[in-house]
Design a protein around this ligand. Structure first.
Ligand code: NCD
Length: 317
């Protein structure tokens, strides 16, 4: 595995087979995700340190860890010593000393998870660091796309990621897993939001029509109102980039719409598309649990679920 055993900090550099391995384990865990539990992590105490808001990511990590038998502890920076000025490094060193064996961390600073990994004796999982990476979201998306297109179905297919790419860790991590799966990735948005991305192995455009033409997958990103760049107005964005039914007419006939959430309906996408038949948005949320079970079990236990391992739990459920 390219995550060098202990941590999951990024998916840059992952091969298709690295993604396949974790997707296969997630598929095994899917049978458990509506109920039942296993005990692989029964001696594991997982700290969830979320220094930025989160709904899906935090709750799906929490439920995933519990279904594996772990105990979870949410550290809310707003009511911890971080408000008294304790640094991330000091917090992590203390969590390590207290005896946590896994740490799931979300932080507004790019590189925060890598810093945490330097000072934590157990497993660190990056749940989103600044603009840099959101590896488990990209894995959830790969898992979701596998259901639709099959194991090799993205080869040569076009995927258009539309919106505020510049500020998006979700887009950056998806670039690695999607190109690894052989997809042709297009990043699209207003000039201010697609600048500086030339080093990525993708096509970059400000032309939404060109990005969407024949795309098999359209991935929306939240317009981050807190990060509106100079030169981008909301009304112009809606006019030029909002994903609507009529814009989707240019895509491949069987195309799907994805979005990591949270969605601003009526801004980056219409309600009709977000809740319509092409939308995989709730599938992405659903798949978050088995995927994060897979990640936690592969990292913390060093083994994935096999059908034999799951059997006793399934017999009970
Ligand atoms: C995103 C995030 O926080 O990176 N959401 C998520 O984790 N599902 C995207 C966002 O905040 O827009």
């Amino acid at each position: 595995m390219s995550w060098s055993g202990r941590h999951l900090l990024d998916v840059e550099g992952w091969s298709e087979s690295d993604v396949d391995r974790v997707v296969t384990v997630a598929e095994d865990f899917r049978v458990l995700s509506r109920g039942g539990a296993v005990t692989y992590l029964s001696n594991t105490h997982v700290a969830l340190l979320f220094a930025e808001p989160s709904t899906r990511t935090r709750l799906s990590f929490e439920i995933a860890a519990r279904r594996l038998g772990a105990k979870t502890y949410v550290l809310d920076p707003g009511s911890s010593s971080m408000v008294k000025g304790e640094t991330l490094v000091d917090t992590v060193r203390n969590l390590d000393a207290i005896g946590f064996s896994a740490l799931v961390v979300r932080h507004h600073r790019a590189g925060a998870a890598a810093v945490a990994a330097r000072y934590f004796g157990g497993t660190v999982i990056n749940a989103g660091d600044g603009w840099h990476a959101h590896p488990t979201q990209a894995l959830v998306d790969a898992f979701t796309l596998r259901d639709v297109f099959g194991q090799t179905g993205l080869r040569g297919r076009k995927v258009a990621i539309v919106g505020d790419v510049l500020h998006s860790r979700v887009a950056r991590s998806n670039v690695w897993t999607l190109t690894g799966a052989g997809a042709e990735v297009w990043l699209c948005g207003p000039a201010a939001w697609v600048q500086g991305l030339e080093s990525l192995p993708v096509r970059v455009t400000t032309d939404c029509g060109a990005a969407l033409r024949d795309a098999a997958v359209v991935m929306g990103l939240r317009v981050q109102k807190e990060r509106m760049a100079p030169g981008v107005s909301l009304s112009e964005y809606v006019r030029d980039y909002q994903v609507t039914e009529s814009r989707l007419m240019r895509t491949a006939p069987e195309s799907v719409y994805m979005h990591p959430g949270p969605i601003n309906e009526g801004v980056e996408v219409t309600r009709e598309v977000a809740r319509g038949p092409r939308s995989l948005v709730l599938e992405q949320a659903r798949n978050g649990v088995p995927m994060r079970m897979a990640v936690l079990s592969l990292l913390a236990v060093g083994v994935g679920a096999t059908p034999e391992m799951l059997e006793p739990a399934l017999a009970r459920s």
